[in-house]
Ligand binder design. Structure first.
Ligand SMILES: [Zn+2]
Length: 80
């Protein structure tokens, strides 16, 4: 990861349409996290952070790492 990490001063980052899916490491149940309902708290970009997936079958707390990338694109960018 060569890009600099940026701390987003966002208390609750919702990402509607993004659903994270993982498997419970203990019982194998599919776990989902819908980021239109749940949120990332003060996320940083370009730096791995752990997301906790609690399993409601066996109560295992599964930690999986994610990286948030952020891209800003000029839609009427001029050729220089
Ligand atoms: Zn489980």
């Amino acid at each position: 990861m060569t890009e600099k990490s940026i701390e987003l001063n966002v208390k609750r980052l919702y990402l509607p349409g993004v659903v994270l899916k993982q498997k419970c490491k203990k019982c194998g149940k599919e776990l989902t996290m819908d980021l239109s309902v749940e949120y990332l708290s003060y996320p940083c970009t370009n730096e791995p952070f752990a997301v906790c997936f609690g399993c409601d079958s066996c109560e295992e707390e599964n930690m999986y790492d994610y990286v948030l990338g952020l891209t800003l694109t000029g839609i009427d960018a001029q050729e220089v």
